[in-house]
Design a protein around this ligand. Sequence first.
Ligand code: PMT
Length: 406
Amino acid sequence: MLGGRRVLLGVTGSIAAYKTPQLVRELTRAGAEVRVVMTPAAAEFVSPLALATVSRAEVVRDMFPAEPSQGTWHIDLGMWAEVMLIAPASAGTIAKLAHGFADNALTALVLALRAPLVVAPAMDTDMYTHQATQENLDILRRRGVVIVPPDEGDLASGLVGPGRLPDPPVLIEVLEDVVWPGRRDLTGTGVLVTAGPTHEALDPVRFLGNHSSGKMGFAIAAAAARRGADVTLVAGPVHLATPRGVRRVDVTTAQEMRDAVMGNMDGVRVAVLAAAVADFRPATVSAHKIKKEDLGDEGLTLVLERNPDILAELGTRDRGGVLVGFALETDDAVRNAREKLERKRADMIVLNNPLEQGAAFGGDTNVATFLFADGSTEELGLMPKSDLAHALLDRAVYLLSSRSGA
Ligand code: PMT
């Protein structure tokens, strides 16, 4: 999405400035043409030569150009940019921007900027949460500046809290949303996604589970949020960061997942059940660790009982929205997936087989076939889970609009 786009990166005096050469590399890898402008304080934290090398362009640092013929350089750059990102943005620069100062190359350039401005604050927690900084950020927000909330975590000061510069993929995603706002077709739409495995306890230390990493469901939740949806993500036990703009409900067992789904269905128009829910759970859960010495020679016989089927239960509901299920099949896949679609009364099933090349649990890609309630099917090739998520949502948006007669 950033292919051929002209991105102006402003770097200010914050310790996180040392991360900016990597940010420039990732921006150029994403296809963007990058120019860099730095404040004098930024040069204390990162070498202008490093930024010039990775951006393959001269870095702008001086308020006044070396050559008189370059007199309007800041206006030229302000007109050249299609989007400007200030990352990291220090408290001092944020204050100057809020009040229209033009006392260095970067702040002067912002006043001449015609493109959208994205600001990623990065500083010590106390400086970030200070009323002055928050009020300055509010001023910028009211002016239409996009503010990227800082990550929370360990800070250079030794404190822990908000103030870390988000990683380049997060910043790039924000820029993509800014330069490509067209795909906001789920704005205000309630979307619920399930993701990951469930764990069914056997005793206090053991469980029955599966290899789902949650990546597929998280990609769907992230894609829906980027398209403007109001997303609830019901996540089994996984080790993934919550996508930006998504409300997350963590659960462990199938029963908890069922309760979380049913309790969060109000206002949901699109439900996508990508979780690998355990069909069965141990009928009894031992209060103590089961010891092999207590079992004798016969070993352990497990008695399992059925878990609720969340997709099937949603299928019985009177609903105006779209219900999308997944089918994990390794044999006779299409026939089994269609049987699932009909039995669980879904509008659409995403069939995948983790034994297939590029479709493994935990991988970043998948290979899927869409099956629809009208009998049609659509085979998709190998693609990143993020692209599959958008393809799925494209079909869900279409089904939703045909349902409401739009
Ligand atoms: O998490 P990843 O590592 O990224 O892997 C992704 C995935 C392979 C887990 C995912 O793409 C996937 O296929 N998820 C569904 C796995 C599954 O449980 O399939 P199933 O065929 O057993 O279930 C069919 C449908 O019923 C699914 O939508 C499932 O969420 C739902 N179901 C199943 C059992 C149950 N008790 N309740 C349910 O709602």
